[in-house]
Design a protein around this ligand. Structure first.
Ligand code: HEM
Length: 205
């Protein structure tokens, strides 16, 4: 019989999925504004005008939901000396030779890097987005700053999109992880295999 261990509460999962949904909407509506090749995404939002109106508001919702998520998970993402060891053995992780890896706590070093990447990119997108937000805020800033902000906004968005693609890929690739964010539980075998130190902490074994 499978033993299940609780990994996320209902509040944590709802918060995560609100962030994920707003991220997908922000990314699609933003890509439509970035290049004509992606303009067809605008039709999901009611056409070009509505896409342009809605994109900044979706970004504000994403930022607010993300602040709550970051506050919940902040304390689990501090780097430890074991994380440095884990990074040195990243090849063993990718080739499923987990027995050669140091014991991992609630999150591995890769997950922590993703966490800190989004902690930097979300506020950068929010601040640069406010600077270029016509007609409300942009008129208060000099043209040179608007030009810098547009480039920073686009580059940061690409970093975040690539980071989240890796995040989603890893979540699907490590069998049993998606369940953690949908049902809130993981199997004891999953915890023991991927996050042994956290497994010991949770079970006292
Ligand atoms: C779009 C589809 C997404 C899927 C399928 C997905 C899936 C998952 C899963 C399965 C976990 C649990 C991993 C574990 O407990 O080991 C997780 C954790 C997490 N996700 Fe996502 N996620 C998505 C989008 C996002 C987005 C857009 C963000 C942030 C902008 C995000 C931020 C996080 C964070 C911060 C954690 C906790 C890990 C940590 O704190 O290091 N996720 N996600």
């Amino acid at each position: 019989m499978t033993t299940w261990i609780r990994r996320y509460s209902a509040r944590e999962r709802s918060n995560h999925w609100l962030v994920a949904i707003s991220f997908v909407l922000a990314a699609l509506s933003g890509l439509a504004l970035f290049h004509p090749a992606f303009f067809f995404f605008a039709y999901l939002f009611g056409g070009g005008t509505w896409d342009r109106i809605l994109h900044p508001f979706i970004g504000v919702f994403l930022s607010l939901f993300f602040i709550a998520l970051a506050a919940r998970f902040w304390r689990f993402n501090h780097f430890t000396p074991a994380d440095r060891q884990w990074m040195k053995h990243i090849g063993d992780e990718l080739c499923n030779r987990d027995e050669r890896l140091p014991e991992v706590g609630k999150y591995n070093a890769g997950q922590k890097y993703l966490f800190w990447t989004v902690v930097v990119t979300v506020p950068t997108l929010l601040i640069s987005g406010i600077v270029i937000w016509q007609p409300w805020f942009a008129p208060y800033f000099p043209v040179w700053l608007l030009r810098v902000a547009v480039v920073v906004h686009a580059l940061t968005a690409w970093i975040m999109i690539l980071g989240i693609i890796v995040h989603v890929y890893a979540a699907i690739w490590v069998k049993g992880s998606v369940r953690a964010m949908t049902r809130g539980t993981v199997s004891a075998a999953w915890a023991k295999h991927h996050h042994r130190a956290w497994y010991r902490e949770m079970t006292g074994k």
